[in-house]
Design a protein around this ligand. Sequence first.
Ligand SMILES: [Zn+2]
Length: 59
Amino acid sequence: MLDSKMYTCDQHLDKAFDHFLDENEVFPYLEKISIGTCSYCDCPAKYVLSVTSEDGHTQ
Ligand SMILES: [Zn+2]
């Protein structure tokens, strides 16, 4: 099972979404976060894209 997570700010959400689909071939579970740094710039991350949610549901 893949466990890749991708952090992104508002501006790079679309880009992260596409990138995530390319890498994992599944739609990401999207969560709002208040910590972390965007993978594409140095802004604080607003979202994390992951294969599964924190409570274990598979998207
Ligand atoms: Zn960004």
